[in-house]
Write a protein that binds this ligand. Sequence first.
Ligand SMILES: C[S@@+](CC[C@H](N)C(=O)[O-])C[C@H]1O[C@@H](n2cnc3c(N)ncnc32)[C@H](O)[C@@H]1O
Length: 378
Amino acid sequence: MNKQKHSMQPIPSHDEAVRQDFVTDFRAFLTDEIYPKITPYYQSKIEPDFIKEHGRKPEDKKEVQNVMLQDSAYQSWSFLQRISQQMMFTSVIDTVERTLDELIKKTKKYSELGSLELDQTIQIPRYLTAYDIHQQPGGYHTENTENDISAGVVYDISLPIYSGDAMGDENDLLAQATINFIKNNIKTVPKKILDMGCYIGNSTLPFAKAFPESEVYGIDVAAPGLRYAHARANALDASVHFSQQNAESMSFESNTFDIVTSCLFLHETSHAAIPKIINECARVLKPGGWMIHMDVYPFQRNVVEPLYDFLKDWEVINNNEDFSGALREMDLQGIFEEAGFSEETIEFTSAEASSETNKGYTGDFYLKLPVYVAQKMA
Ligand SMILES: C[S@@+](CC[C@H](N)C(=O)[O-])C[C@H]1O[C@@H](n2cnc3c(N)ncnc32)[C@H](O)[C@@H]1O
């Protein structure tokens, strides 16, 4: 199968492709075959043993964690799941290293549409440098050579392995869901759109294509992703203005955008960053403009489901997604109101992706996606 989805992507050698296919299947096996067995296994073995010992069910995720982490079947799945993420990156890094010089040369050619502005003085926030986020070696920002794009390429070609090809040919499934949401609910034709934490533009390009009359901007702190984003946008014939900026404090003038959006971004920041980012969204939006962030489930829930709560934290504990659990517990409603979004427009809801974009995984996980929505007061 030809793995190259656009001309900025490298073509893996035969052996690299075979390794990448193996990891794709291995991950699909762990996700589709083993993961669904955890709940019935817990209900038939772990919980009854706990009840025998304590005379009651576990009360919270901590109690579930104490028993699950001692269980060899759970340990095996969790270990393999963590290792499969490392194998995914190892399997694509060879391809990227082998082709990097050629790809960097290509970025010069793929530069006509849109623009790219980098800021060499930018400080990468500590929440992105303290550890390798979701185990990507070097994270999003590390540069090892001049005009490096390798971290961006690695991200691009590992996503189909991560998701079992569920994100669509242009990794655009999630952004398509946000666009569906805008078309069905907001019904505005935006003149200016901003995508925060855009990285390689997966979540940005679909806006340029869906709203061809609009000016589309993408910001991120990580230069390797932005350089690749600009070249990738050109390879995919999309015009986007990319710039290296921290979403906590942007250089855009106030009242500039009709829509400010983000995708898989907020959960990779921090407690301190969230109110600053939301304030910035309110500042750069025009009065009456809309903010739409696609991010993690669940929203604030009042029910305690100890096993569910424990499993939801797997990424936090094992995949270096440290803030994703804490984001779920923040008072986002309060933060949105404080920033100037009108109370009655704030919604924590879901956006539907089309099953046609999704070429692989067929479950709900990739089809009904969480969005946090609010309108700036007019
Ligand atoms: C999981 S990636 C999502 C990329 C893209 N939106 C997508 O859907 O594929 C999160 C991105 O947020 C960026 N990021 C994190 N904190 C940021 C901040 N304060 N300002 C700008 N970008 C940030 C990271 O560099 C990373 O590229």
